[in-house]
Write a protein that binds this ligand. Structure first.
Ligand SMILES: C[S@@+](CC[C@H](N)C(=O)[O-])C[C@H]1O[C@@H](n2cnc3c(N)ncnc32)[C@H](O)[C@@H]1O
Length: 255
């Protein structure tokens, strides 16, 4: 699998990058992207000097790691990479090259996630950290393909099976905040009406919805700010939009 030019330019588009690093109320994915950014910020306190962005796309979170050596790898076809990757996700870099590997919104797009996590751990120095973000409940979106959704337990198990230790999982955008996110997104899915009149009516409703979006986001921030990011076992967190897992590469090889 490789990334075609149109997809790689979407991922590097300034608007796409701005929505991830500086989300604003009124952006289509604001309610989740602002939470994803909040989940990632504490990772920047990691003293790692060397960071690999695995499946980097346009590297939206690169600026969070300024002052570090920051390298990028992705499928063939992605411009400006530091390391080539083959179509199976293997990276042309030696073992134990990095102190932190960041893999944001990639895992749902890979056919063999265990192999990708093992590859990320291979590239880490012993004691280094692997940070993975992916989806819980989310609409299908190929990039170039979309294979699965995760539960917190499933993601933790996959990380452990790949060899990570001290794995901690956080849920991102959950409970009432997730419900407000889905209302926001699913309003945009009501476009498949058969009759022309119905489609026109829906266009009007969607136009109105777009104008209401900033207020909807303000309301979600007022009511459900506490349901942005929390450890996996938190009450009222059965429904969630995203997950972040952080694990370490063991300092000693398993016996
Ligand atoms: C939704 S984009 C995320 C890009 C970026 N990490 C971000 O957070 O915006 C998914 C990325 O996964 C990459 N990808 C897809 N399949 C992959 C695979 N099998 N191995 C490695 N990367 C893959 C794509 O090339 C793309 O850059």
């Amino acid at each position: 699998m490789s990334l075609d030019t149109s997809l790689s330019s979407v991922l590097a588009d300034q608007g796409y990058l701005r929505e991830r690093l500086q989300p604003r109320r009124g952006d289509d994915f604001y309610l989740h992207l602002v939470d994803l950014l909040a989940a990632l910020r504490p990772i920047t306190a990691d003293p790692a000097e060397t960071v690999l962005d695995y499946g980097c796309g346009g590297s939206p979170y690169r600026r969070l790691f300024s002052q570090r050596t920051y390298h990028r790898t992705d499928l063939p076809g992605t411009p400006g990479l530091d390391h080539a990757m083959d179509e199976a996700g293997r990276v042309d870099a030696p073992d134990a090259s990095y102190e932190l590997v960041l893999c944001t919104q990639v895992l749902e797009h890979v056919r063999h996630p265990g192999a990708v996590l093992r590859e990320c751990l291979r590239l880490l120095k012993p004691g280094g950290r692997l940070v993975v973000t992916t989806h819980g409940l989310f609409e299908e979106h190929g990039c170039p393909a979309d294979f699965r959704r995760w539960t917190a337990d499933g993601l933790a198990a996959e990380m452990q099976d790949a060899g990570a230790q001290n794995v901690r999982v956080q849920k991102i955008t959950f409970g009432g905040r997730a419900w407000m996110f889905f209302m926001d997104r699913w309003s945009c899915c009501l476009t498949g009406l058969r009759s022309q009149q119905g489609r026109r009516g829906m266009q009007l409703v969607l136009g109105l919805w777009r104008r209401l979006q900033p207020a909807w986001h303000r309301l979600a921030d007022a009511l459900f700010a506490h349901q942005a990011v929390a450890p996996a076992g938190t009450a009222d967190s059965m429904i969630y939009v995203g997950l972040m897992a952080v694990g370490e590469k063991p300092t000693q090889a398993p016996e």
